[in-house]
Design a protein around this ligand. Structure first.
Ligand code: DGL
Length: 272
């Protein structure tokens, strides 16, 4: 008897998690994805652990009620600060993006593999949690974490190839590389940052400090897919989209994150 297609919940504070969904779609034929962007309460990255955990658990509970059998926390901030609370609150497997991101960085230690070190760009809350530092240390990697609080609003504005974003990146990367000149790998520790990858590469080249770039979104998608029994289905995956604020903005910006136009997005209210 054929197995019923799995329903997978994917959530982020906003659009960034669509970069994880974008990686999941080509590798999970037959699956049904329910994506929630908690746009009304974005950004998570500037909030306290308690608030982030409360928002994350209510988002996870919503996806459980939609039939999710696996929850992919496609948000580094929620993964860094609320993974334990999510696992305790939900009766389904929960996977975050930090451990897969660190594991992918460990696979690309760069030329100085005796004392490998990586630079992690992330939100302020993710950096303050030191979740990447711990996940990397467990794999023998030294992590330098750099908070980049201006990047999420710039990406949310659609300024992914804009002189202001280029200048902000140049400042963040120069500061980080002055602190950690021996890093060989850079981890995109926020699901908004894959959209900035071309600009980050260009800025690193201008700084004469090219780095291997690891995308935690890509690594997390493959780790999540490994948790689902292989399907014989060749049917394209299906998706439902929910957001907690402006549907129009979600549809407009979301298509850049997903790499394809978004179908109908439904508005839901998860409270404050
Ligand atoms: N998507 C979030 C992350 O990966 C950043 C956006 C936010 O601050 O809410 O950390």
């Amino acid at each position: 008897m054929a197995l019923a297609p799995p329903t997978i919940g994917v959530f982020d504070s906003g659009f960034g998690g669509l970069t994880v969904l974008r990686e999941l779609l080509p590798i999970m034929a037959g699956a049904h994805f329910v994506y929630l962007g908690d746009t009304a309460r974005l950004p998570y990255g500037a909030k306290s652990r308690e608030t982030i955990a409360r928002y994350a658990v209510s988002s996870g509970a919503f996806l459980l009620a939609q039939g999710a059998e696996l929850l992919v926390v496609a948000c580094n901030t929620a993964s860094a600060l609320a993974l334990d609370e999510l696992k305790a609150a939900l009766p389904i497997p929960v996977i975050g993006v930090i451990a897969p991101g660190a594991a992918a960085a460990a696979l690309h230690p760069g030329p100085c593999s005796l004392h490998p070190s990586v630079l992690v760009l992330a939100t302020a809350a993710t950096v303050q949690s030191h979740a990447y530092f711990r996940a990397c240390a467990a794999l023998g990697l030294q992590a330098y974490e750099k908070a980049c609080p201006l990047l999420v609003p710039l990406v949310e504005e659609g300024w992914i190839d804009h002189p202001v974003t280029a200048e902000v990146l140049r400042i963040y990367l120069s500061e980080a590389l002055a602190e950690a000149p021996t890093v060989t790998t850079l981890v995109l520790g926020c699901t908004h940052y894959p959209l900035l990858k071309p600009l980050i590469e260009r800025t690193l080249a201008e700084l004469n400090h090219p780095l291997q770039i690891v995308d935690a979104a890509h690594a997390a998608a493959h780790a999540a897919a490994a948790l689902i029994p292989p399907s014989e289905s060749t049917a394209p995956p299906t998706c439902s989209f929910y957001a907690t604020d402006s549907i129009e903005k979600f549809q407009r910006l979301g298509s850049a994150f997903l790499g394809q136009p978004l179908p109908e997005v439904r508005l839901i209210d998860l409270g404050g």
